[in-house]
Design a protein around this ligand. Structure first.
Ligand code: NDP
Length: 284
């Protein structure tokens, strides 16, 4: 069977066109929406991502401050910066870049991000609102998976989705979003006893483990839809997903590419959240 490539580029372009218009309206009214990107690492992959976010913001008319706290920043220093940005009326949105310094976890600092500016939905309050089915910012990557499926008209209600990965920023929030779409959701992780048996029973498989080639043809059933969230650096320096595309192509009904699948939609949604945060704060 022909496997459809579930590209995210067209969807990202449509979201970006809307965001750009909304950012222009905000700028005309008062000032450009402003995102604070807080960095506390010297990781090259993170630097690359921060740079791509800055460029995306610039293209859309969003102002972006990068605050580099250094790779040895303490929990107190990171929390203090997040709180200060939360109180700063000129900052509409806050994003904390990972990885964090050795010995600092996201749980140590994320509660210092005020929920109204938490555009990547990482604070405990944002995650709690999502679990309760209440309004708040949702982690952009998880939202991107659901939007990508929706864009390609892949139904979710009543269907079995296997999510591989249970992190607080991808797997768990994604499971909540899929439940809200009436899917039947199984969340897999490194202790799942027979991963292939679980994923091969699913209509839709979402790979979000950060392991190159974890999901191959034997992990999916004929006609399944496969979404690859993985963003891993291969030994040759290329960015590759969690899915062994060669063995999945020809068996799956659809597969999202890496790069060009979930990634561009994630960035587009983050920027949409920045504009939403600015619109909301300026109405108040
Ligand atoms: P984490 O490392 O925080 O979590 C990985 C999850 O995968 C864990 O729950 C882990 O299980 C599970 N896992 C690891 N190995 C296996 C295995 N062999 N079998 C089954 N499950 C396994 O990663 P993130 O959630 O932050 O990111 C996941 C991937 O998504 C990464 O490649 C990341 O780069 C990518 N990503 C992509 C984004 C995008 O925009 N496209 C944005 C954010 C992330 P356990 O809990 O038991 O350890």
């Amino acid at each position: 069977m022909d496997t459809v490539s579930l590209s995210g580029k067209e969807l990202a372009a449509a979201i970006n066109a809307d965001t750009k218009a909304r950012a222009a309206a905000l700028t005309e009214d008062a000032a450009a929406p402003r995102l604070a990107l807080i960095v506390a690492n010297d990781d090259p992959a993170s630097a690359w991502y921060v740079n791509s976010l800055r460029k995306a913001a610039e293209r859309l008319g969003i102002a972006c401050d990068t605050v580099d706290l250094g790779a040895d920043a303490t929990v107190a220093a990171i929390r203090a910066e997040l709180s200060a940005r939360g109180e700063d009326r000129g900052t509409d949105a806050i994003m904390l870049q990972t990885p964090l310094p050795a010995g600092v976890t996201l749980d140590d600092v994320s509660s210092a991000i005020v929920a109204t500016k938490d555009v990547d939905g990482v604070s405990p309050l944002s995650l709690g609102l999502l679990a309760a089915g209440l309004d708040g910012f949702v982690p952009a990557t998880s939202e991107a998976v659901v939007e990508l499926l929706d864009h390609h008209e892949i139904p979710l209600a009543g269907r079995h989705v296997a999510v591989v990965g249970r992190s607080n920023i991808v797997g768990k929030p994604l499971a909540q979003l899929l439940l809200a779409k009436d899917a039947t959701v199984t969340v897999c992780h490194s202790r799942t006893a027979d991963l292939a048996a679980v994923t091969a029973a699913a209509d839709v498989v979402v790979a979000a483990a950060g392991r190159i080639g974890l999901i191959s043809g034997k992990h999916i059933r004929e006609d399944a839809v496969v979404i690859d969230v993985g963003t891993n650096e291969a030994p040759d320096g290329k960015i590759v997903g969690d899915v062994e595309a060669d063995s999945v192509r020809g068996k799956a009904a659809g597969l999202s590419p890496v790069p060009g699948g979930v990634g561009p939609v994630t960035t587009a949604l983050l920027m949409r959240h920045v504009v939403t945060a600015a619109e909301t704060s300026r109405q108040n």
